[in-house]
Design a protein around this ligand. Structure first.
Ligand code: FES
Length: 577
């Protein structure tokens, strides 16, 4: 009894809460308890409305029902049950009067609402409401729930959402989810939460039940499935592919599935479908990170939609390109790889020649000269970054095309890791086609050398330099931000620190959802291309892109309010801070 007694706390004198009145009492940092005196009976509840945190001491009470003054959610004053379906229950505490003092049994206040908050997150994912998702994630993290459990729920929702409501375009949802998680891990606290919430928002949307996919009956083996998937992919039968993949999984052939998917998607007939490679690389990442058991529904459904999509008749240039790629693949003799020097300038010149024959000849020459595939990938990444760093912004800068070039090039590293050099080599033809296809962009060809630094560096130290660059981003100063980045780097200041600051500025803008895949690519490629003289163009490219598409609206209010909500603060305290 003594320990039980010790959990009772005196919160006020009875004289401070007259009949019909309410009083808020602060307990520790953030949290406050509401005391109500109703007809001389004392009640104690959390003062924070579970909906959006309005102080409940400002609410009204009738017939034992406490109604919040903001959006009218109402609660059983004694037990805390909420009468509105879309709101959590309210935490209540036993209260009694002892010798003119109000004592409340607060208990140990240990977090025990994980299940409730996971279903709140589920509700937010279904409705797409950013506040509900931000609040649920902030409460779960504050309660010590491991991030992986939160993300698994988001992934499960995304699998069902995409399966029931989306076509192959859903690859973008996966891109934003995986990149939001990847970028978020580089940050802490509020910055991390906003990255996670942005990722969750990308995954949100209605999800319906669908018939379960069942494996094909015996006798079926991998030797059947592999050619069937190739054939269904060629002919555009996504539903059949999904069933084959599911069958392979149940046969224990999960490790052969991703290489097969990549092999299908680098085929010449998929020239002009860059999102296949990009999305498959993010799906592979989901498998790496969460395992097949958590990711299979999403991977099988979306990848079948991607590689089983109908392509229609190719227009003339694409039809020619498919023919040339087939011819080049036939001619490519991997048993007789030359060991000549890699001529990067010749490769870049061919890629930007606006002549698909020259471009594919350049790819074949580069492959035949014996250079490592990952070096060719670095060239493609930096060529895309260099084009982003130089694209004129006065009319249409072509950001969608250019960021696709960059993200496709970076995705080839995953292709190489999972499906090997031969598949990655085919992927390089796809990257070359994309550059040719973007020939309408008015970007002069040049070699991948460090660009001249035209702007003077006017800051007296690194911090001031970063401040100037982020100010240029915030004021949408596209013409000068690239030069400022180059001047900063040329002065010898840290690119890592600048990239971290750029990422933070991007995360807090409401265009973050759009920029996330490119931001993540720049983070990765900044390390992958560390030895290349044109590496700085990655940061110039990112700064120009983020500045030009920025809307100057921040996306912070839901996140900052959610963090303070998770600390137990009421909205009045939040706004008074
Ligand atoms: S009903 Fe209380 S904050 Fe919305």
């Amino acid at each position: 009894m003594a320990t039980q007694e010790a959990k009772w706390t005196k919160l006020a004198d009875l004289s401070e809460v007259p009949v019909g009145e309410a009083k808020a009492v602060q307990i520790g940092v953030g949290r406050s308890i509401a005391l109500f005196n109703v007809d001389s009976k004392l009640y104690a509840t959390d003062n924070q409305c579970p909906h959006m945190g309005y102080p409940l001491t400002r609410g009204r009470i009738r017939h034992g029902i406490l109604t919040c003054d903001w959006h009218e959610r109402s609660f059983d004053l004694e037990g805390g049950g909420c009468f509105n379906v879309e709101c959590d229950d309210l935490q209540t505490f036993p209260a009694e009067v002892r010798d003119g003092e109000i004592w409340v049994q607060l208990g140990d206040l240990t977090y025990r609402r994980k299940a409730e908050h996971l279903s709140l997150l589920w509700e937010g994912l279904l409705s797409g409401d950013r506040w509900t998702m931000s609040k649920a994630i902030a409460l779960l993290l504050k309660g010590g729930v491991p991030e992986v459990e939160i993300v698994e729920l988001i992934l499960r929702h995304l699998g069902r959402h995409i399966a029931s409501s989306h076509g192959s375009e859903a690859g973008w949802d996966v891109a934003r989810l995986m990149n939001g998680l990847s970028v978020g891990r580089r940050y802490k606290d509020a910055d991390r939460l906003i990255a996670m919430t942005t990722a969750a928002c990308a995954a949100s949307g209605g999800a319906a039940e669908r018939l379960e996919v069942v494996p094909l009956p015996d006798p079926v083996a991998w030797e059947n499935i592999e050619p069937w998937v190739h054939s269904f992919s060629r002919d555009g039968h996504s539903g059949r592919i999904e069933r084959c993949l599911f069958t392979a999984y149940t046969l224990g052939d999960a490790d052969k599935i991703l290489p097969l998917l990549f092999e299908c998607t680098v085929e010449p007939h998929f020239l002009g479908f860059p999102d296949n490679l990009i999305s498959l690389s993010y799906l592979s990442e989901a498998v790496d990170e969460f395992g097949w058991e958590k990711a299979f529904e999403l991977v099988f459904n979306l990848s079948a939609k991607l590689i089983g999509r109908r392509r229609g008749d190719p227009q003339r240039f694409r039809r020619d390109a498919i023919g040339i790629m087939r011819e080049k693949l036939r001619e490519l003799d991997t048993s007789d790889i030359a060991t000549t020097n890699y001529d990067e300038d010749a490769f870049v010149s061919a890629l930007t020649s606006v002549d698909i024959q020259k471009s594919f000849n350049g790819v074949a020459d580069a492959l035949q000269c014996g250079v490592q595939i990952d070096r060719l990938i670095s060239t493609l990444v930096l060529l895309a970054a260099d084009r982003m760093a130089r694209t004129p912004v006065n009319v249409d800068a072509g950001w969608e095309c250019l960021t696709t070039e960059l993200n496709l090039a970076a995705s080839l590293r995953t292709v190489q890791r999972i499906a090997g050099d031969a598949a990655a080599a085919k992927g390089i033809f796809h990257a070359a086609w994309l550059i040719f296809d973007d020939r309408w962009l008015n970007i002069p060809s040049r070699t991948l050398t460090p660009p001249p630094v035209e702007a003077a560096f006017n800051a007296s130290n690194e911090e001031e330099g970063i401040q100037q660059i982020t100010n240029a981003i915030e004021t949408l100063n596209v013409p000068s931000v690239g030069g400022q980045v180059l001047a900063y780097l040329n002065a010898g200041y840290s690119g890592d620190t600048l990239l971290y600051a750029l990422g933070k500025a991007i995360l807090w803008n409401d265009t973050a959802t759009e920029i996330l895949p490119t931001l993540r690519t720049v983070f990765d490629e900044w390390n992958n291309c560390a030895e290349h003289p044109a590496r700085n163009q990655l940061l110039v490219a990112l700064a120009r892109y983020a500045t030009d598409i920025r809307t100057n609206k921040d996306g912070q209010s839901a996140t900052t309010t959610a963090i303070r909500f998770a600390e137990g603060r009421t909205t009045v305290e939040i706004f008074e801070d």
